[in-house]
Design a protein around this ligand. Structure first.
Ligand code: GDP
Ligand code: IMO
Ligand code: MG
Length: 429
C-alpha cells in the first residue's frame, strides 16, 4: 500500500515514534502533518535512545526523505537544536524538507502559553508551554508568520513590525513581560530563516509527486485522537487536527490518497495533562503500571497519569479515523497482573453511555463499566521470542484473550503486538 497514516488513538504517547520508525523501513517519505515540539516520539535502536520532537521519525533511516508538512507549528530554535543533536549522535540522516506554509512559533507565543495557562485555572490543559496554542491561534486569526515569511527578510520585518507591539501589549496586560526586543527578535529569526532556507519547498507538491510515482509515503501523527482540536477532550486538548482528516489539510493531499490508517493503542491508558480521566487508577495497580511502563512525559518529563484501557475512547477513534488496523504497545507492562479490567461503556445518570461525551461536566460524572479478564504471567525474553516465532497461537492464554476481546469490541484487527521499546520487539499476529 503506497500511503499509510499512523495515529495515536488515545491521549498521546502510545508509541507512534516506535512504529513510524519501524514502518519507515518500507517508506520513501515520512511526513509529519500537525503539532509541533509538544510531541515527544521515542525510538530505541539497540543501546541508543532517540527523542524526536519536530523531525519526523523517518530521519533515522538515511534512504528515507523526511517532510515537515504545512500543518505544523515550527519553533526554529528547537528544530536547529534537534538537527544538531542528531548530527552529534552521528545519525546518517536522510533528506529533510520543510513546508513553506508551516507556521512559526515566536518567542511571544511561548510567553503567552504560560500566562494564559495560569489565568485559566481549572480550564487549563496543562500544556507543554511550547507556544503551540497561541501559534495556532495566530494561524487561525491570520496573524501568524509562516516559514515563507521568515526566509524573506522584507516580509519578516514587515509582519513582525505589526505583530510585535500587539503581542507585547497583550503580554503586559496579562501581567507578564516580553524580554526580547524587536531588533533582537528580528535578527534571530532572520538568522533562522537563512539557515533553513535550503530545506524549504512546497511540500504538498513534493508529496503528491511521490504518490503519483507510486512511492511509499508514511504519515506520522503526533499527539492522539483524543487531543484533537475538534473531537478531543476540549479544553484540555491540543490545538491541531490529530485525526485522519488532519493528514489531508496538514500535508496537502486528497482523502483518496490515503490507503491505510493504522491506530496505535497502548494496552492501558495514559495521560499527561489535566481534565477528566474516567478509567484513571490512583491505587497500587496504577502506581505499578506507571513505574513498570516508565510513564514520564518525553517532552516535559512530567509523570503521566495511568488507567485501564478505555474502549469507549478507542471506539470513538475507530469511528473518527476509519482505522483499518491496530497495533498494541506495552503489553509487557501488564505482565504479572492477576486480572485486568477493560472499560466497555460508561453509566451516566443511570443510562448506558457508549460514546465519549462532549461536556467535561458529564465526562467527569461518567462511571466506567468494566469487563474483567484474567491476567498473564511475567515473561522472559525467550518466552517472548517463542511468541514471535509462533504468532497469535503462541501467546499466553490471558494475553490472547485480551487481544481477542479488544478486536471483537472494536471490530478492527490487531496487526502487531509490541512487547518492548526496541525495533525488533514485535509480534506479527
Ligand atoms: P509517542 O509519543 O506515541 O511516540 O510515544 P512516546 O515515545 O512519548 O512514549 C512511548 C514510550 O514507550 C517510549 O519510551 C517508548 O520507547 C516506549 N515503548 C514503545 N513501545 C513499547 C512497548 O511495547 N513496551 C515498552 N515497555 N515500552 C514501549
Ligand atoms: P506525543 O506526540 C501527550 C497534551 C498536553 C496538554 C495538551 C495541550 O508525544 O504523543 P499543548 O502543549 O499541545 O498545547 O498541550 O495536550 N499533549 C500531549 N500529551 N503526548 C503528546 O504528544 C502531547 N502533546 C500535547 O500535556 O494536556
Ligand atoms: Mg510522546
Amino acid at each position: 500500500m503506497p500511503s499509510k497514516v499512523i495515529l495515536g488513538t488515545q491521549w498521546g504517547d502510545e508509541g507512534k515514534g516506535k512504529f513510524t520508525d519501524l514502518l519507515a523501513e518500507e517508506a520513501d517519505l515520512v511526513v509529519r502533518f500537525q503539532g509541533g515540539n509538544n510531541a515527544g516520539h521515542t525510538i530505541v535502536i539497540g543501546e541508543k535512545v532517540f527523542k524526536l520532537h519536530l523531525v519526523p521519525s523517518g530521519i533515522l533511516r538515511s534512504d528515507v526523505t523526511s517532510v515537515i508538512g504545512n500543518g505544523l507549528v515550527i519553533d526554529p530554535e528547537i528544530l536547529a537544536k534537534e538537527l544538531a543533536g542528531l548530527a552529534e549522535l552521528e545519525v546518517q540522516m536522510g533528506q529533510l524538507w520543510i513546508s513553506d506554509r508551516a507556521h512559526v512559533i515566536m518567542p511571544y507565543h511561548k510567553v503567552i502559553d504560560g500566562l494564559e495557562e495560569e489565568k485559566k485555572g481549572k480550564l487549563a490543559a496543562g500544556t507543554t508551554r511550547r507556544g503551540i496554542g497561541p501559534c495556532y491561534s495566530d494561524k487561525m486569526s491570520r496573524f501568524g508568520l509562516r516559514i515563507c515569511d521568515i526566509i524573506d527578510s522584507e516580509e519578516l520585518e514587515h509582519k513582525l513590525r505589526v505583530a510585535y507591539p500587539v503581542k507585547k501589549a497583550y503580554i503586559e496586560s496579562l501581567g507578564g513581560t516580553l524580554d526580547i526586543t524587536f531588533e533582537d527578535m528580528l535578527a534571530n529569526y532572520y538568522e533562522y530563516g537563512k539557515r533553513i532556507k535550503p530545506f524549504v519547498c512546497d511540500t504538498s507538491v513534493l508529496i503528491n509527486e511521490a504518490l503519483a510515482q507510486g512511492q511509499n509515503v508514511l504519515f506520522e501523527g503526533a499527539q492522539g485522537i483524543h487531543l484533537d482540536i475538534d473531537h478531543g477532550i476540549y479544553p484540555h486538548n491540543t490545538s491541531s487536527a490529530t485525526i485522519t482528516g488532519g493528514c489531508c489539510t496538514g500535508a496537502g493531499i486528497a482523502p483518496k490518497q490515503i490507503n491505510k490508517v493504522i491506530g496505535v493503542v497502548k494496552a492501558y491508558t495514559s495521560r499527561v495533562g489535566t481534565g477528566p480521566f474516567p478509567t484513571e487508577l490512583s491505587d497500587d495497580v496504577g502506581e505499578r503500571i506507571g513505574t513498570v511502563g516508565k510513564e514520564f512525559g518525553t517532552t516535559t518529563g512530567r509523570q503521566r497519569r495511568v488507567g485501564w484501557l478505555d474502549l469507549v475512547m478507542v471506539r470513538y477513534s475507530v469511528r473518527l479515523c476509519g482505522l483499518d488496523s491496530i497495533v498494541i504497545t506495552k503489553a509487557d507492562v501488564l505482565c504479572g497482573l492477576e486480572e485486568l479490567k477493560v472499560c466497555t461503556h460508561y453509566v451516566l445518570d443511570g443510562k448506558d453511555i457508549h460514546d465519549f461525551p462532549a461536556s467535561m461536566r458529564k465526562l467527569e460524572a461518567c462511571e466506567p463499566q468494566y469487563h474483567t479478564l484474567e491476567g498473564w504471567p511475567e515473561m522472559s525474553s525467550e518466552e517472548w521470542k517463542k511468541c514471535q516465532e509462533g504468532g497469535r497461537s503462541a501467546l499466553p492464554q490471558g494475553l490472547a484473550a485480551y487481544i481477542t476481546f479488544i478486536e471483537a469490541n472494536l471490530g478492527v484487527p490487531v496487526e502487531i503486538l509490541s512487547f518492548g521499546p526496541g525495533r525488533d520487539e514485535n509480534i506479527y499476529l
